[in-house]
Design a protein around this ligand. Structure first.
Ligand code: SF4
Length: 461
């Protein structure tokens, strides 16, 4: 994705798009808060407990990963390990080619987006079709998801109806029910013709080897009902120690992500078809992906691996609400993405080191996170890392000059008066290098200097 500083990206968004992202995220956030506080006496204690469970699992992955491998194998699954995205893509290809398979139906998985699996498979003659409605629309539009839970939050129904018309899925009709029915009709045939069903996993229990999948459309069930081979592509951080931990995590996930008591479809997959379990695919392959996760685990930002991809931090974030997801140039947008995306870049950290700066550090992301990730602290640690690694930071004003001005009342008042000029004179015409560098990276809001002093004076009277 093309580089553009986040606030310039936001300033370039059409007003109606920005308003709909804002409204939709705000509504979900408010419903989530009401639900949690109406139904639980102390939701914050639950968040802390969930965070402790996930943190414990992460810190003991060396014990839990071999344990889960043994359980999965005992359940009849084949287990593979992929250290990079390329290795994971290659493994999927090998499994498919060994069976002469050319058609895959995919349930929504962020990991497959992260490693661009569908793009990798296409030149090999393999169709990897998205079956989640939002992801399907992203795929036919050759677009990118802009929200972890609602990938098409940036699209309106008119745009979707135009895409369906263009793809031959019926004459223009922007009624949501019609759109959904058409997608369903199209996908039903694809499920029946597919060789392989690919899913991710929301959680994997080390105790039982159970893979847990949640969806609101039931598409993952269709992906596994008609196909002979199930491939589950899973980040190594998805392990939870015990089955009983799932009760807490699933309760928090549904409420935090979509303000539901529980996600509509919650599946527990024990393994492939067997005498005890006559339905489902004949083969099950689980590919555990690292792709930079062990480096994150070794860093001082390891808490971010607790993330259960609920999207609550996106919904509450004042920056995400203005900029929406594409501004983050990653499949992981919003506050979680501002931490995770630069970390997953490994040696190319500098390419995304600007993201941790796109935050007001208001702390709202930490307050809503169901696994209690201290996101603002992690953002500060990454800002510090960028400084220590001398990552260029165009547009950062010299703080010494700022401190001098802010500590001298006369200089401050003069700056306030001078600031008004910015409403009338383009910054590029003002020969102050720091101002020009700053405004090259940011959209300048209308000047409102002096408002606070006026307000204070009136208040004293
Ligand atoms: S960081 Fe927390 S709030 Fe954000 S998506 Fe992950 S689990 Fe949800």
């Amino acid at each position: 994705m093309r580089f553009q500083p986040i606030d310039q990206f936001a300033a370039g968004l059409p007003a109606d798009k920005r308003a709909s992202v804002y409204q939709s995220t705000k509504t979900t956030h408010e419903k989530r808060t009401k639900l949690l506080f109406d139904q639980f006496t102390d939701p914050n204690r639950l968040r802390q407990l969930a965070g402790e469970i996930k943190q414990h699992a992460l810190e003991n992955l060396d014990t839990y990963l071999p344990k889960v491998e043994a359980k999965l194998k005992a359940n009849g699954a084949q287990v593979h390990w992929a250290s990079t995205g390329e290795a994971a893509c290659q493994k999927v290809l090998e499994i498919m080619q060994a069976r002469g398979a050319t058609k895959m139906v995919k349930s929504k998985t962020m990991v497959s987006e992260e490693i661009e699996l569908a793009k990798f498979l296409k030149p090999h003659g393999i169709e990897a079709l998205e079956t989640d409605l939002g992801e399907f629309i992203i795929q036919i539009d050759d677009d990118h998801p802009s929200h972890i839970v609602r990938p098409i939050i940036h699209k309106n129904r008119r745009e979707i109806a135009q895409s369906f018309e263009r793809e031959g899925l019926g004459a223009y009709n922007d009624d949501p029910e019609t759109i959904t029915r058409r997608a369903r009709h199209f996908l039903r045939h694809k499920y029946l013709a597919a060789d392989v069903g690919l899913t991710g996993a929301n959680f994997v229990s080390a105790e039982s080897g159970r893979i847990v999948l949640v969806t609101n459309e039931g598409n993952s069930r269709f992906c596994l009902a008609a196909t002979k081979v199930h491939i589950a592509l899973i980040g190594i951080e998805k392990i939870v120690p015990r089955d009983r931990d799932l009760g807490l995590l699933l309760n928090l996930l549904g409420r935090s992500g979509t303000a539901q008591d529980l996600t509509v479809y919650t599946e527990f997959i024990n393994g492939p078809k067997s005498t005890a379990q006559p339905d489902g695919p004949e083969e099950m392959h689980v590919i555990f992906l690292d792709n930079g996760r062990t480096d994150v685990l070794a860093s001082d930002c390891r808490e971010i691996l607790r993330c259960i991809r609920c999207g609550a931090c996106l919904n509450v974030c004042p920056v995400y609400r203005q900029a929406s997801g594409h501004a983050y140039r990653s499949v992981y947008p919003g506050p979680v993405g501002a931490v995770l995306s630069p970390l997953l870049m490994g040696g190319k950290f500098a390419q995304k080191a600007d993201l941790p700066k796109a935050s007001s550090l208001c702390g709202a992301c930490h307050e809503v996170c169901p696994v209690n990730i201290p996101i603002p602290d992690l953002l500060l640690r990454l800002r510090n890392r960028a400084k220590e690694e001398n990552v260029p930071s165009p547009g950062t004003p010299p703080m010494g000059a700022w401190a001098l001005m802010a500590s001298q009342p006369t200089a401050w008042k003069a700056a306030l008066l001078g600031g008004k000029l910015l409403d009338y004179v383009p910054t590029k015409l003002i020969p102050v290098p720091a101002l020009q560098a700053w405004s090259a990276q940011r959209a300048l809001p209308a000047w409102r200097g002096g408002e606070f002093r006026k307000w204070m004076k009136q208040r004293k009277r």
